[in-house]
Design a protein around this ligand. Sequence first.
Ligand code: ZN
Length: 189
Amino acid sequence: MIIHFCPLCGTPTIRRYDGGRERDACPSCGWVHYSEMAVGVGALVLRGERVLLVERGIPPVGRWTLPSGWIEQEETLETAVRRELKEETALDGRALGVICIRNIPKMARNELYVCLLCEVAPDVEPVPDGEESTQARFVHPSEFDSLDLSLFSRFVVERYLALRPQPWPLTADFPYREAYPDAAIFSPF
Ligand SMILES: [Zn+2]
């Protein structure tokens, strides 16, 4: 990917050797283009043996997936997954931890998709927003074959249900909290 203008200050970029290769860089403020990343989050929410899935109203329309979406610049994985749950299912949730990370390097951008085990109140039913999600409900795995279910969502659900691993929780004692008050660490320790 070619970056013609600095995204921070708008100055036309130059090519500069940095970190082992030629990169687009800003001669004014010093910004260097290392990579394009896109980070998505997905929520795995269980209710007994059933799992919360949504039917997409945006391409690929009709595909069933875990509630998911791209994170915003200012969000952590935790705040992003709570927002996506709320948007696509109207459920208020809480992330218990990370259970799976998918990484696909592409030419346009290097993609990370992080699945978090989440919990929601036991007695509230999901409601789709009618745009991003056209259906939202708890689905039993015996129904999977009858749905146009995302292969990755299916992989996550089936492996999780088979193995029930401990998620990597959000660690409370961030070591330099003062510098990054909104930062988050997910780890097994
Ligand atoms: Zn700049």
